[in-house]
Design a protein around this ligand. Structure first.
Ligand code: ZN
Length: 205
């Protein structure tokens, strides 16, 4: 990445102080941000690679668990005394975009389709997220191996295919609710996420 496409400053947040590093990965593409906390390290760095979800991250939607995972990952990084959160933009609805994502919500609400079928029935792909930018950002930050906060085995494979070693996976389990149980179940059963907290959840009669 060219220096002209990167900018870094201190960012004081209610959780503490981070370095915020902004990246322009490709001309005209989305800009991404890494929040770096604590001392810089290259091996076994606690990392969350978070896919942008405006409705969950910013507005607190309970339809998905993105906002809770974002909060939990930042809390974990601060509790651990160091780590990196990479916020990947252009990943709305697993890469289909915001308008398409909201269209899938209509189908979920009106026809009871799950997160997978609501995308495919619109002729859209289930997951087209590119993790290349995350790997390039980690390399720029000097990171060679990560302890990845994720429930998604595909994300490990994707990062490793881009040259970042995943030395451990750290589960990031959001609480289950009546609002997100359908979404989480589809993530477990249809997208292969490891979500053991679903086993404990009993739907109210
Ligand atoms: Zn979400």
């Amino acid at each position: 990445m060219r220096e002209a496409d990167i900018a870094e400053s201190k960012l004081v947040t209610r959780r503490g102080t981070f370095s915020s590093v902004a990246f322009r990965d490709e001309p005209g593409g989305p800009e991404h941000m890494a929040l770096v906390h604590g001392p810089r390290a290259s091996e076994d760095v606690l990392v969350r690679v978070h896919s942008e979800c405006l409705t969950g991250d910013v507005f607190g939607s309970t339809r998905c668990e993105c906002g809770e995972q974002l909060d939990a990952a930042l809390d974990a990084i601060v509790d651990a005394g160091g780590g990196i959160l990479i916020y990947l933009r252009g990943h709305e609805g697993r890469g289909i975009g915001l308008v398409a994502k909201v269209r899938t919500h209509i189908l979920q609400d009106e026809q009871g389709l799950d997160t997978v079928d609501s995308a495919t029935s619109l002729g859209l792909p289930v997951d087209v997220r590119d993790y290349g930018p995350a790997a390039r950002i980690l390399r720029y930050l000097g990171v060679r191996s990560v302890r990845l906060m994720s429930n998604n085995p595909d994300k490990i494979e994707a990062l490793e295919s881009h040259g970042i070693a995943v030395s451990a996976r750290v589960p990031l389990l959001a609480p289950v609710s009546a609002d997100n149980i359908g979404y989480l179940t589809a993530k477990r059963d249809r997208l292969g996420h490891d979500l053991p907290q679903l086993d404990q959840f009993v739907t109210e009669p």
